[in-house]
Design a protein around this ligand. Structure first.
Ligand SMILES: Nc1ncnc2c1ncn2[C@@H]1O[C@H](COP(=O)(O)OP(=O)(O)OP(=O)(O)O)[C@@H](O)[C@H]1O
Length: 353
């Protein structure tokens, strides 16, 4: 992970002296095009993103498709290299003091496509034992560990250890993926749409399993999902991204009850209600997300925001304190002192509701 040369200090967002994970001014830009008929362009997938995750916390990472959630996750887990910025795990900077190999042991990821992420030629037992074996654990101990983890994720080793992925249901495959992710005793799990492909009843079982495992093993989660009901259920805090940037972050209840950023407000307003008597859903946010190759000036949301004023297109808003417990927001229309959204006080102007 490259050290940032022009490191911009993030605002003091409080919290414990040493969070489990600190992401500082992280950026990842992809070169796209440059073929015979297209000019070379740059997608700013992740742009100067800062966030922190406390030990034992569940942080929900949300935002419309293409806002940079998965790229942020892949950067944190070390699957791709950042262009700029810094990651600290347990206070140690990844790169200078912690190797990528060590980071990958401590941070594991579970993906949505449970079938594609399982090797069809490996049995369940070999799949889970693979990581420990690579790290020098003996075959017997790795096998015993695989069986123990199968029991932890609710699968009887006597039944499932010898099975292959095609012999498992979607929920069982995802339980195997979780067991595999736990095999090296990580501290942080990043779950990227990990329950999205499951039926609702199976989804609930896997979510409850994740909560039990978190408590039992002292884990910390970053949870990525398009389903805001799932995010609300499982998260302690929410981080909202828009076009590669963090626009708001804070405790789940504070964010839910009074989102400060107009984008957060619109995102939450557009979600379907779980209450069968209240199925009315507000229309999605006006317009499509702008092209990430050429994002709007100033606040990137200003082209779709009902409260935008001149300052919003002229100046980039900084993440500033918006309430207790590390609640921060990047919006010119928020009174930083009181944490009151000017936008919220003019709710009738919202074009999306
Ligand atoms: N390898 C890549 N090469 C070029 N562009 C990429 C690459 N990976 C991601 N992008 C672009 O970066 C942006 C962020 O993508 P990312 O997958 O992180 O978003 P996301 O919020 O996870 O989306 P989704 O919710 O649909 O999974 C998108 O514009 C995407 O097209």
């Amino acid at each position: 992970m490259s050290e940032t040369e022009n490191f911009v200090p993030v605002p003091d967002i409080g919290g414990p002296a040493q969070p489990l994970l600190q992401v500082q001014n992280l950026s990842k830009h992809f070169n796209v095009g440059g073929g015979l008929f297209s000019a070379k362009s740059v997608v700013r997938a992740v742009d100067n993103v800062s966030l922190s995750v406390e030990k034992g916390e569940v942080v929900g990472l949300v935002g419309e498709s293409g806002c940079g959630k998965s790229t942020t996750a892949r950067l944190i887990v070390g699957l791709i290299k950042s262009d700029d910025g810094k990651i600290l795990f347990d206070g140690e900077a990844v790169g200078p003091t912690m190797s990528l190999r060590e980071l990958r042991r401590r941070v594991q990821m579970v993906f949505q496509d449970s079938y594609a992420s399982l090797n069809p030629r490996l049995t369940v037992e070999d799949t889970i034992a693979f990581g420990p074996r690579v790290h020098g654990v003996s075959a017997d101990v790795a096998r015993e560990r695989a069986h123990e983890l199968l029991r932890k994720v609710g699968l009887d080793p006597a039944v499932f250890a010898g099975r292959y992925p095609h012999e498992l249901s979607g929920g069982q495959k995802q339980r195997v993926n979780i067991a595999r992710a736990l095999a090296l005793s990580p501290r942080l799990l990043i779950l990227d749409e990990a329950v999205s492909a499951l039926d609702k009843s199976v989804e609930a079982q896997v979510l409850n399993l994740l909560i039990d495992l978190k408590d039992e093993l002292g884990l910390t989660y970053i949870f990525i999902s398009h389903d805001l009901n799932v995010i609300r259920f499982i998260s302690d805090r929410i981080v909202v991204m828009y076009l590669g940037e963090v626009v708001e972050s804070g405790p789940v209840d504070a964010m839910w009850n009074r989102p400060r950023h107009p984008y957060t407000e619109a995102l939450f307003a557009a979600m379907p209600s779980l209450d069968p008597d209240n199925r009315t859903q507000k229309p999605p946010i006006a317009g499509d997300p702008p092209n990430p190759i050429n994002p709007p000036s100033g606040c990137r949301f200003h082209t779709r925001c009902a409260y935008a004023e001149q300052v919003c297109s002229d100046n980039v808003p900084k993440l500033s304190p918006a309430g207790p417990d590390r609640h921060v927001v990047a919006c010119h229309m928020v009174d930083a002192k009181s944490g009151h959204s000017l936008a919220g006080s003019r709710g009738e102007r919202m074009s999306h509701g």
